[in-house]
Design a protein around this ligand. Structure first.
Ligand code: AMP
Length: 123
């Protein structure tokens, strides 16, 4: 599949330092920062620094080094945020049906309260 990356998306601008973010962790290949509209007491975003649209794109084209870095960063963010116990949720929305608003791969790390069932009934 051919993925087209739009480098004017808001997370690309954060990565270029054009707009600020509330950074919680940065590694060679990944960045974690607070979501600007938190939906839970803990609501952080983890993004790869590379230009990947969604998880499938990342899995297909990222290097092993980027994938390991990103995966370990998500885990470290969960640990640092103190949500490993009693629990957390990871969400990565993709494309139209996934209701993705920012077309740069991101994993939402949500926690700090009981989060309820995974999905609302389809509306
Ligand atoms: P998604 O619907 O999965 O694409 O979610 C995009 C997320 O990015 C939303 O939860 C927004 O609140 C968040 N967001 C948008 N702009 C910013 C920003 N400048 N800094 C931090 N989070 C943002």
């Amino acid at each position: 599949m051919a993925y087209v990356y739009d480098d004017q998306n808001v997370f690309a601008k954060i990565l270029r330092g054009e707009i600020p973010c509330n950074k919680v962790l940065e590694t060679e290949h990944s960045l974690a920062f607070a979501d600007i509209t938190p939906q839970a007491p803990v609501h952080l975003l983890v993004i790869p620094k590379g230009p990947y649209v969604c998880y499938a794109h990342f899995a297909e084209e990222a290097s092993d080094e980027e994938i390991v870095d990103f995966t370990r960063t998500v885990g470290e963010v969960c640990r640092d945020a103190g949500v490993v116990e009693p629990g957390y949720r990871l969400i990565s929305n993709a494309r139209q049906h996934g209701h993705q608003e920012v077309p740069h791969l991101h994993v939402h790390v949500l926690g700090g309260r009981a989060l309820g069932p995974m999905l609302h009934p389809a509306g």
